[in-house]
Design a protein around this ligand. Structure first.
Ligand code: FES
Ligand code: FES
Length: 161
């Protein structure tokens, strides 16, 4: 049976917007975001759960979207890098990455930022070790991790109340 014949319509709320999309049984959330909805801010790296480029937040937790069957995410709330900026203002984590020069090619950056947002939403005052653990599932092949860690600690400070 062709995949076309087995497509099923699922609903997803993406960055606050309700979407309906036809997905095949083997479609992953990253495929749906990028290829079906044109949201290419979420990157595809290894496609097997090894690099974190594809990290998004699903129902409040950061996940590898390349490892999430789209049908399993049905009905869920997805946040991607495209949804962080609000009213033309970057998210404090995005700002901190820029201030701290925390990227070079930028390919890994959306995934790192989504992991950072998840970390800071669950721990507003992380230690350096918390930050290291929070981004342990993300790989960067060119910046090195020190600037990224500094950016996340800086973002935590900037949002301290
Ligand atoms: S593309 Fe998903 S973990 Fe590498
Ligand atoms: S900034 Fe290039 S891979 Fe991380």
């Amino acid at each position: 049976m062709s995949q076309q014949a087995t497509k099923e319509i699922i609903k997803l709320n993406i960055n606050g917007v309700d979407e309906e999309v036809a997905v095949g049984p083997y479609d992953t959330l990253s495929k749906v975001l990028r290829d079906d909805l044109g949201m290419t801010g979420t990157k595809r790296g290894c496609d097997y759960g090894g690099c974190g480029c594809c990290t998004v937040i699903l129902n409040g937790r950061s996940i590898y979207s390349c490892m999430m069957p789209a049908r399993k995410a049905a009905g869920g709330k997805v946040r991607t890098i495209e949804g962080l900026e609000q009213d033309g203002k970057l998210h404090p984590v995005q700002d901190a990455y820029i201030r701290n020069f925390a990227f070079q090619c930028g390919y890994c950056t959306p995934g790192f930022i989504m992991s950072s947002v998840d970390l800071l939403e669950s721990n507003k005052n992380p230690t350096e070790m918390d930050v290291r653990e929070g981004i342990a599932g993300n790989l960067c092949r060119c910046t090195g991790y020190i600037k990224i860690i500094e950016a996340i600690l800086d973002a935590a400070k900037a949002t301290e109340k």
